[in-house]
Design a protein around this ligand. Structure first.
Ligand SMILES: NC(=O)c1ccc[n+]([C@@H]2O[C@H](COP(=O)([O-])OP(=O)(O)OC[C@H]3O[C@@H](n4cnc5c(N)ncnc54)[C@H](OP(=O)(O)O)[C@@H]3O)[C@@H](O)[C@H]2O)c1
Length: 242
């Protein structure tokens, strides 16, 4: 199959890390489905789709789906008759504080990080060549206060690593575990904590979304003998965490 007939579905894609992943996969010749969840993020998704289609007509589509819902809508039809989705990037994410008793956060985090992605994998498994999950280095060394985020991202990681055995050799399944990337504007981390984190990164800086896009794309398209791996994208922080 030509690259032009191959599509990637990137979840949580209208801006930030998801946008960078879409741009890099698209730059390498794939068509891209830009998933977004909220009506509020539709303009960002439409802007990205227009940008990608301007450089290669018929190469990008938007797909709206709130992953907290138990039923996911149908995926959009691809424009080329021979096209299929060969890459799935499980990037959609919720990052909210929680404790054991926060049942609403528990249910939403498990639904968004684990169950909706499992549903998508099930739908696409026949045609997938590469599956890439985006988790977090704190899946392995949790910090306090985000219990259900860590548990549900760990469950996504476990699903993808298990599938690296179940779906092989047709599909390579890998995980990128970022450390500190740019924080969201509404981030609840205190300035003091952000300074502390930055002082524990051997490379001396936070990562960029472009670097996330590069590593995801490398795993999806280039790393032909890498399967069942977790690649930390953290400037060495997980070797030096305090
Ligand atoms: N930023 C960091 O420092 C950092 C650190 C470690 C790991 N990571 C991981 O790296 C990836 C990229 O990070 P990021 O900062 O770009 O992520 P982000 O901005 O927190 O969120 C990614 C996307 O998740 C989607 N999402 C939220 N709620 C959803 C729902 N109910 N249903 C479906 N999608 C939903 C959002 O789409 P809408 O806008 O349409 O709602 C959003 O664009 C994420 O997987 C994140 O967990 C990031």
């Amino acid at each position: 199959m030509t690259r032009a007939a191959q599509w990637a579905l990137v979840t949580g894609a209208p801006r930030r890390g998801g946008e960078a992943i879409c741009k890099e996969l698209h730059r390498r010749g794939l068509g891209v489905i830009v998933h977004h969840s909220r009506a509020g993020s539709a303009p960002d998704a439409a802007r990205l789709v227009d940008l990608l289609n301007a450089s290669r007509p018929g190469s990008a589509l938007a797909w709206a789906a709130d992953f907290t819902a138990r039923e996911l809508p149908a995926l959009p039809a691809l424009p080329q008759p021979d096209a299929s989705i060969s890459v799935l990037v499980c990037n959609a994410s919720l990052y909210r504080p929680s404790d054991l008793h926060d049942h609403a956060v528990r249910d939403a985090d498990l639904q968004v990080h684990l169950l909706s992605h499992a549903t998508l994998i099930e739908r696409l498994r026949g045609g997938l060549r590469a599956l890439v999950g985006v988790t977090d280095i704190h899946v392995h060394v949790p910090h306090r206060g985000h219990l259900w985020y860590h548990v549900s991202k760990a469950a996504l990681e476990s699903l993808i690593l298990t599938l690296s055995v179940e779906l092989a050799p047709a599909t390579r399944c890998n995980v990128v575990a970022p450390g500190a990337l740019p924080w969201p504007a509404d981030n609840h981390l205190e300035a003091e904590r952000i300074r502390e984190v930055q002082q524990t990164i051997p490379l001396g800086r936070t990562g960029s979304f472009e670097e996330l896009g590069q590593v995801v794309t490398w795993l999806a398209l280039d790393a032909s003998y890498v399967n069942g791996s977790v690649v930390p994208l953290d400037g060495g922080r997980s070797r030096w965490m305090r």
